[in-house]
Write a protein that binds this ligand. Sequence first.
Ligand code: ADP
Ligand code: MG
Length: 430
Amino acid sequence: TGLEVSLAVLNTYTCDWISKYYSPAVESAVHSVLGQKCRVRITVDPEATVPPAPAPRESRPPLDSGPSAGAPPALAPGAGLLWNSDVVLNHKYTFENFVVGPCNRFAHAAAVGSGERPGKNYNPFFLHGRVGVGKTHLLQALCFSILERDPSARILYLSCETFVNHFISALENGDLDGFRTKYRNVDVLVVDDIHILANKERTQEEFFHTFNTLYQAGKQLVLSSDSPPKDIPTLQERLVSRFRWGMVTEIEPPCYETRMAIVKRKSRDQGRELPDTVAQLIAEQIDQNVRELEGAVTRLLGFSSLTGKPLTLELAREALGDLLQANHGAPTMDDIISAVTSKYGVKLSELQSKRRTKSITHPRQVAMFLARRITRHSLEEVGGFFGGRDHSTVIYAVDRVSKAVRSDPEVRKQVEGLLGRLGAPSDGRL
Ligand code: ADP
Ligand code: MG
């Protein structure tokens, strides 16, 4: 017979692989659905669009694409993300595997809440925090929980970079319509690391329209970023305000108790129990980044099983030497105070006093800003250092300095100089 089914895949690698190993399986699957034999043709189409959303779910055909729709099924085998997402969900990134502590309790609860009623509870859901604190983990856990309730939910999960690249190539090819169909025909749009939109005016413009279309249709938007919306450089005010419409929540670096719990959990997951002293050493010294914490546990366990040595403090120091030292040198509150007092020619007692003259308030605010940026001290702790000020004063100070850094080149220079001196250069991002 002349019937032919054509399947589009994203790249030649996939095309070759499927043709080579899965042709018979695909052909027999097609045969069993259509009840007749037909030729299966695999084609490459990096810009293939998502088939339009089926209207009522009940009347959906067994496969998303009809016999000659030219587009592959929207869902991977079993429930999953839309096929043109740029990640595959990591089965370890679930809510169950996420260790909850004071630093991330709120973010965790908000993610659980968004997953329960996508598009309704918190929209958009905007999660921010430094690198390695668990943003991607929570985003993927949220996707799992949505898919658990509704395996047919159409979730498009992308890194912001992919969004930018697709947009640029759509512009080049004059195919904005195709681009728009792809991004707007989804139930949930997840964009990881949205701060990449910084300084990309034209893509921001397009994202603004994508956002509006999805939002107005009651679809869920989930975004992660390394900083709160207002701190993303040059982010258009209208995007900043939209990102704040729903739930903006921060994951802070984990406190000591949470780090202990994570270390123990990660080693148990790998089938070993760490002695308390060893777990304490790791949790004390690696204090900013969960990915590093996890890496330390894996390295130590690997080291122990390769050498056959027991898990002692000594072995931990040997296996983790460089990791431990690198973190040990992180600037402390004292380092910040001595850098700030010498830079501005003020005394610590003045920073801690109630004086409100500009020559004192400015260095005080800069010091608070630096403390929040490069140490793990909480708002309360930072306020405490500076004469028992409360957390709202610290928030205000950080906000003032963040703004000044963007509007006043002189302040920017001061802050960059201080960051460099403290061994925490800004790399141009403030
Ligand atoms: P981010 O996206 O914020 O840079 P990730 O989500 O990639 O960070 O997290 C880095 C690693 O640390 C991942 O392997 C993740 O599973 C793990 N991780 C982060 N936070 C937690 C947590 N609270 N409990 C368990 N694992 C965590
Ligand atoms: Mg991430």
